[in-house]
Design a protein around this ligand. Sequence first.
Ligand code: TXA
Ligand code: MG
Length: 326
Amino acid sequence: MSQIGKEIERASKIIAEGGVVAFPTETVYGLGADALNPKAVAKIFSYKERPTFDPLIVHISTLEQLKIVLKRVDDNLLLLANKFWPGPLTIVTKKSDNIPDIVTSGLDTVGVRMPSNPIALKFIEACATPIAAPSANKFGKISPTLASHVRKELPDIDMVIDGGGCEVGIESTVIALDSDGFHILREGAITFEELQKVLPSVAPKNDQQPLAPGMLKSHYSPRKPLFIADSYELDEIEKQIVELKHGGKCVAFISFTGIAPKEASVTHYLSKNADLKEAALNLFRILHLLEDDSEVDIMVAEEVRGEGLAKAIMDRLERASYHHTL
Ligand code: TXA
Ligand code: MG
């Protein structure tokens, strides 16, 4: 058996015994437990220090498992599942009685997704049960896209399956199914435009729409201040960095278009040419890197402009920089 095969076997035993295991998905690493075992799921909340009002996503490896997780499997759900699964789309709809309240924070709906990462799929298959998993970080902190990020944040968990870097780098899009369409609860790797081609939206996300539980203004927070540059002009950005450097602070810049302000001590690139897929892939990795760099005091990120994935990236940056305005 391959090394990874052995690891998956060991991981599935831990899950069967009611333990928790971190595993790679194409979006970010998840912290998994048997979704049908409330005591195991409680451990996720405790390791993450996550409030119990924030529901978990249930991960499946076959469409068959939908019958275990959901009250009913309707046509619109299958339309979306056939197009986007396995992949980074979470669909929220009525749950079955098999799913314990702790998974859904007492809601009568559950978020379900089939990840596309082959290790994730093999792991869920080996567990032979749906796997409840949030991102494998402390609540409100930066999501992990490498096994080392998980070990740093959650050193006490039973096991981390190391699958290398995640291919997408930001979380799944979360949508709620309505009687005749869908609405977005969390922006993510699949864009509104892509979804709407398959199923018309009931209402595009707007400020009136209630957010998904757990979607707090402050989230994805690095353990040092992050600011979003308040201008697109390099000259203006240089001035803002000079102000932040006051008192000898070391400022790192996070570039999206390739600009590198000379006042910044160091520049990291989400992308060098505003490529959104590349920026999504690099976002959490760079935030972790700068969080861990003891030389860096403050981070300044260039605004990520555009539609689609740009919105999902800006959503993360804005929550990560909440409390810090220039
Ligand atoms: O890509 C992802 O979605 C990753 C990987 C591991 O699958 N998971 C992830 O989980 O980002 P988490 O727990 O960090 O975020 C899940 C969010 C919750 O905070 C909540 O906003 C929403 O999904 N959610 C889950 N169940 C829900 C429900 N029943 N109703 C509304 N929103 C729900
Ligand atoms: Mg999370």
